[in-house]
Design a protein around this ligand. Structure first.
Ligand SMILES: Cc1ncc(COP(=O)(O)O)c(C=O)c1O
Length: 502
């Protein structure tokens, strides 16, 4: 074995050459985000055909040829959320320093499950968690860790809260005998809460969906009434979830009031800040975001409004001990150091993962490159551009501007000669806007998504995109109207045409 054959090895000189070529291609990609189509808009069948149905290769291949082919495949057949007119879901472009960070993190390859396997990486993660807490106004001595995204951050917080309220007994005994547990969320809460209640033994029937007001915020009076009814029926309230930036319209729940209700009822108060928490850093941001420190736990999502490349979410828990209380087991095969004046952090004891990658690096470098000032500027700009889009929608004769919350604007296409308000016209507008969305999504010029507002299907632009300019935001209504006119001409039934008596 003195000359071991290692089919995966790449000699350093070749690695250097391949790496330089790849970085050149990536630099071109990042530098031309607005010039290439946002998406090729291909169908699943078309994309699958490109890969073919070949079985697992028996023989290996040259890395140079593989990287060349793969770069072409990805550059020609991907949707680019780095495009300035990508405004879908809540997905940001990757900060370039984060792209480099992921390469460096993969090269060092620390296992951030145990401190001894990742001394510097573990400390960088701890500092990143502290800095995120500082940025959003959460106590920096909180507990926390990085996970794969907003869903996972919410799930980890949920488990910390479940253990904190139900006590150590829940770890061995499970939920048997815990009573009919109830979890209170607004009707606009993200779907992670269904996964949490389903998978962690409560069942989705435990969820109490509290109605929202016209602005999409949880109605505290309805919450109080539901709590009273449940207590009278012998149920056991476990957790109250507030949302700081709903996925549909960017609404922020009345956090201060919800915190007081949670305190009165001795339930865990979790805030899902996956989207909106970073806007707490804005000096003139929504007042309710200034109260995030009142939450027992808080989910933040750096791959949304901190512009880190996917994937990275962040768990923050006010009392640091709540995480190990929920997650720590110490098996015989780990002899990690846990003692000393400054004991090492072994992250496998604070969350669901055992082996863990170095997700923190891309966030840490982004925070250092832009600083608080830089983030405040980028987030404020995103909000301002959403307002520009909303205003330009208001001024457009064929676009009905609807909500504006944080950096999310909603609107819909309404042909000038169509009167909304009759059931037939409203049903037609729903169908028309759905068809319009499908066409826009594959058109390659603009990517928006949808929301449902009071039963109506509407379009939704969410700007968490440091490449979007004022011109991009202002252009959205006309881009939508242009595609809308073409579709309206194809789809409108005769009885809804102008001049036809209704
Ligand atoms: C409020 C909220 N919570 C949770 C999530 C889930 O986050 P992720 O997709 O990163 O898992 C989202 C995603 O849009 C969200 O908007």
């Amino acid at each position: 074995m003195s000359q071991r054959v290692v089919p995966l090895e790449i000699p350093p000189a070749e690695f250097r050459r391949l790496g330089h070529d790849l970085i050149d291609r990536i630099a071109d990609l990042l530098g031309s985000a607005g010039e290439r189509p946002l998406t090729p808009g291909e169908t699943p069948a078309e994309v699958r055909k490109l890969l073919g149905r070949a079985p697992l290769p028996q023989r290996g291949a040259e890395p140079a040829a593989l990287l060349e082919e793969t770069t072409r495949l990805l550059l020609e057949h991907s949707l680019f959320n780095g495009h300035p007119r990508f405004m879908g879901y809540i997905t940001s472009p990757p900060a370039p320093i984060g792209v480099l960070a992921d390469l460096l993190a993969a090269a060092v390859n620390p296992n951030v499950g145990g401190w001894e396997l990742s001394p510097m990486a573990s400390e960088i993660e701890a500092q990143t968690v502290r800095w995120i807490a500082e940025l959003v106004g959460y106590p920096p001595d909180c507990g926390g860790l990085l996970v794969s995204g907003g869903n996972m951050a919410n799930l980890v917080c949920f488990l910390a809260g479940r253990r904190a309220v139900l006590g150590e007994a829940v770890r061995a005994g499970g939920l048997a005998g815990a009573g009919p547990l109830r979890v209170y969320v607004s009707a606009a809460t993200h779907t992670w809460v269904q996964k949490a209640t389903d998978l962690f033994g409560l069942g989705t029937d435990a969820i109490r969906w509290i109605p929202v007001d016209a602005g999409g915020r949880m109605d505290p009076a309805a919450l109080r009434a539901q709590l009273a009814a449940d207590l009278a029926a012998g149920d056991r309230p476990l957790m109250l979830v507030g949302t700081a930036g709903t996925v549909g319209t960017g609404a922020v729940d009345p956090i201060r009031e919800l915190a007081a209700i949670a305190r009165d009822h001795r339930v865990w108060f979790h805030v899902d800040g996956a989207y909106g928490a970073p806007a707490a850093a804005l000096p003139d941001g929504p007042e309710e975001l200034k109260s995030l420190a009142l939450a027992d736990s808080l989910a933040v999502d750096p791959h949304k409004w901190l512009y880190a490349p996917l994937e990275v979410g962040c768990v923050l828990v006010r009392e640091a001990a709540r995480l190990p209380e929920a997650f720590s087991y110490t098996p015989s095969y780990y002899h990690f150091d846990t003692e000393g004046e400054e004991p090492p952090i072994n992250y496998y004891e604070r969350g669901l993962q055992n082996s863990r990658g170095f997700r923190a690096l891309k966030v840490w470098l982004g925070l250092r490159q832009a600083g608080r000032e830089g983030y405040v500027r980028m987030i404020a700009d995103d909000c301002r551009l959403a307002a520009v889009l909303h205003r330009s929608a208001t001024e457009h004769p064929e676009i009905e501007a609807l909500t504006l919350g944080l950096s999310i604007a909603t609107f819909r296409y309404v042909p000038e000669d169509l009167d909304p308000g009759t059931p037939d016209a409203d049903a037609y507008l729903d169908g028309l806007n759905q068809a319009l969305l499908a066409r826009l999504k594959t058109g390659g010029e603009l990517f928006v998504t949808n929301a449902i507002l009071e039963g109506r299907f509407v379009l939704r632009a969410c700007i968490v995109n440091f490449r979007t300019t004022e011109a991009d935001a202002a252009a959205v209504p006309e881009l939508v109207a242009r595609a809308g006119r073409v579709l309206d001409a194809e789809l409108r039934p005769g009885e809804l045409r102008a001049g036809v008596a209704r």
